[in-house]
Write a protein that binds this ligand. Sequence first.
Ligand code: NFS
Ligand code: SF4
Length: 632
Amino acid sequence: MERSISPDSILLLKTAQATGVTTAWDRYEAQLPQCGFGETGLCCRHCLQGPCRIDPFGVSGPKYGICGASADVIVARGLARSIAGGTASHSAHAKHLVHTMLKFSRGEAPDYSIKDKDKFYAVLQRVGITRDGKSEEELAGELAQLALDEFSEREDPPVWLKTTITPARMQKFEQFGLIPSGLDSAVAEVMHRTTNGVDADAVNILLGAIKCAVGDYTGMYLATDLSDILFGTPAPVMARANLGTLKENAVNIAVHGHNPVLSEVIVAQAELMREEAIAAGAPAGINLVGICCTGLEVMMRHGIPTATNSLSQELAILTGALDAAVVDYQCIMPSLPTVASHYHTAIITTMSIAKITGAHHIEFDEKHAGQKAQEIIRLAIEAFKKRDPAKVNIPPVVNDAWAGMSAETIVKVLALVDPQDPLKPLVDNIVNGNILGVCLFAGCNDVKITQDKTFVELVKALAAENVLILCTGCASGSFARHGLLTPAATEKYAGPGLKAVLTALGQAAGLGGPLPLALHTGSCVDNTRAASIATAIANKLGVDVSALPVVATAPEAAMEKAVSIGTWAVAMGLPTHVGVVPPVTGSPLVVQVLTQTAKDLLGGYFIVEPDPKAAAAKLVAVLKERRAGLGI
Ligand code: NFS
Ligand code: SF4
């Protein structure tokens, strides 16, 4: 199988081969064939009597685990635990922001401030905190406390859930018992009910998993709100992409991971430390780039280039020009220090819960944020001095990429056409058929799929059918690296109706051309931005999200976080495509619930289709079915 269609990845994979450096692709191939029990979800290790394995063909092998768990139960439990893993990740990210805000409110985080007061006030109003002459710090403290209460057990539904979804969806969640009592307790409940001897009804387990995923949505919404308040709501910004954004004459530092709490301070300090870098022999100063979602956060807010994605993160080191990778948490390969040992690159971990053997560790804390960021940058400058010019091999690949299309930005752009009723131009163009529907692209790169191939083929096919494209996370990164976040891509790939709409909006926004083919809506945690637009449209039309011609896709999904996001997208009523077969095929019942029964209960359901052309055809058919349902 071809490993990647990304020119910079292809070039550096050759370097890896020539120099004997092992990458994720090599490690994947060394695993093949992967275990059939694991692939089908039929392996259980939830107690020490296991591992138990069920015969996937139901022929002569075991049909039950030692405790008597059936294939359906084992598969459902496995899926539920991966959703709990994803939810725990997003919730921890959200909680980190809550603590930062709490520290700010107590004067213990001097490098942070309320950057976006409009969003601050809007969120306060939405969650029901009155301003009554209180100081900014007092209000921030109240907001942080309310947010903190979302995590533990509470009697009322989570505030960030009930204030952000349609009334009809809320009713549905109540009806099916899908409202989590708290974000942490949602995860704990799944861990409990999936341990040996608790829930042994596959459908009930799946409902519990969906409830947890609703908690995932809630935590993600909260995280985006607090990030925008502390660091600013993204506005349109022109940035660049690919590994060609590394500079031979600069100290190159990659910020990698997920949370902007540290990277924002690094951005600020890097400006101040430019002279130090020049004095060390880097005439272009400090060049920050991003990897994964931390990278996308600073791309959206500061136009910092996105260098590469999760799957190809090791390749950044193989350029020989990366002086440091500063990481926080999630999607960071444990192999980074090993790859870096062939080069001068400093791998710097910063979180107490996410250390890697062989990396430097500079523990970050909000109280000393600026000082810690300086320490990190100084370590990068020291590493730069050890760079071997003979090893520098930066692929000459750079693409332009528009970012910063937050929900607020999209509404602002639409308001240029109709200030009284900003959503009207979008709704009108969906009704008149210029726009067939909307597709949110999310999710990772996955080593099982030729990197970016499904993303690129699927987006081109859907855009040609006049589907408006939003993207987040590694989908945004992928499109950025293939020049698809540009007006030129709209000219080339959009169908006539979509092109007309994007051109009218782009001209209204003063771009002198169309909006980009795909609207970069943020990092993975920002998937709720797209959900908020869908909710606003649904509320405007007086229908539920499950009636709208809106779909989601994670064509190259890899991580547990992608599983939990996909599951809440389904819970919200969105048909959701996945291009990688998840480990559920060992249970026809689980497959049926996810792909069919969910449609009857929630309106949303999973569509699994690895082939991009077939996936495009299925998604277009779904959009047409939804349109027919609305009588348009
Ligand atoms: Ni999302 Fe961001 Fe990427 Fe997948 Fe990982 S970086 S949170 S999980 S791999 S899209
Ligand atoms: Fe086996 Fe049951 Fe233990 Fe799982 S929980 S390992 S199926 S005995």
